[in-house]
Design a protein around this ligand. Sequence first.
Ligand SMILES: *[C@@H]1O[C@H](CO)[C@@H](O)[C@H](O)[C@H]1NC(C)=O
Ligand SMILES: *[C@@H]1O[C@H](CO)[C@@H](O)[C@H](O)[C@H]1NC(C)=O
Length: 336
Amino acid sequence: MLLVLQLWVTAFSIQLINQQSSVSASSLQEAEDGAVPFHDTFSVIWGDVLFDQHDDVVQLKLDQQSGSGFVSLENYMYAYFSASIKLPHDYTAGIVLAFYTSNSDDFSKNHDELDFEFLGNVKGKPWRLQTNIYGNGSVSRGREERFNFWFDPTTDFHNYSILWNHKHVVFFVDEIPIRELKQSEELGGDYPSKPMALYATMWDGSGWATNGGKYPVNYKYAPFKTSFKNFKINGCATNPIVEDQIEIPSYQTRSRMTHCINNPTETLQLWDLTSIEKQSLQWVRTHYLYYTYCQDTNRHYSTSLPECAAQDTIKLAKPGGYRSHRPKQRLGKPNS
Ligand SMILES: *[C@@H]1O[C@H](CO)[C@@H](O)[C@H](O)[C@H]1NC(C)=O
Ligand SMILES: *[C@@H]1O[C@H](CO)[C@@H](O)[C@H](O)[C@H]1NC(C)=O
């Protein structure tokens, strides 16, 4: 036991030295790695998943018969998940495309979840982006945030990424952080802390997705197809989920050590956003955030959640178009 501990301490110190000597402009570069092949990484859950070997594109299909979805073969305890996604265009009202991590198959009563949800729209109106976070079954405390896009997500591939380690959860769009939730003692079990798998699903959300259900899916425009490529999962696979991993570590004992040494998401650079990333986050939230649970006074629990107390009130945008508020070059994209 002592030897193991000693080895680990040594490994940790070496890593610390390495990290301090390599000054990286972008924290994300640490987590970025080669793309993983679809067939080695995922399995189809249901419906039609179409493959185009030629350009490595995978498509989810929704038609009158069925939606579709796939899931990663492994569960991960802290990871960086990413994919390039191109959404269907034209009439897409009622459609939900979800790109998310979850462990609801293993923990039906106290699951964790991190969501990108893309909500379709009527012809000529833009898609909207929703994110959500659940920890240890906190389904009675939704933490939704909704954003307008600053580009048309149907004309090209864009990168959607989730970074999850013991310090924070960060949602990125094209390497620009749009949302961050920091781990804290007050959050307790609401911070996702059990292994999760990565999912992508497309389904009929007629009842709520567009204007509260006013515009259902119109199958006259089917089949609807969403394209994916460039999958990245860089983390610590923990299959099978065994008893000692189910135990949620207390806040004090949660650490980079959890479940695997050298988890690529547990490096100093990935424990905090760079100053450029913080500015980008601010830019997105100032111009594109149009709903946040922290400012939803209709939900009486929301404003009293621990992470909300520390946040300044933001002047929210209106749900709307793809207008770019500033030339993108001036954003200081973290990866360039
Ligand atoms: C998405 O990421 C890839 C690298 O994985 C990069 O080549 C591409 O430019 C990115 N796309 C956008 C729109 O940022
Ligand atoms: C997680 O949920 C379980 C079951 O509801 C509960 O017993 C446990 O105390 C929770 N853990 C934390 C850290 O909140």
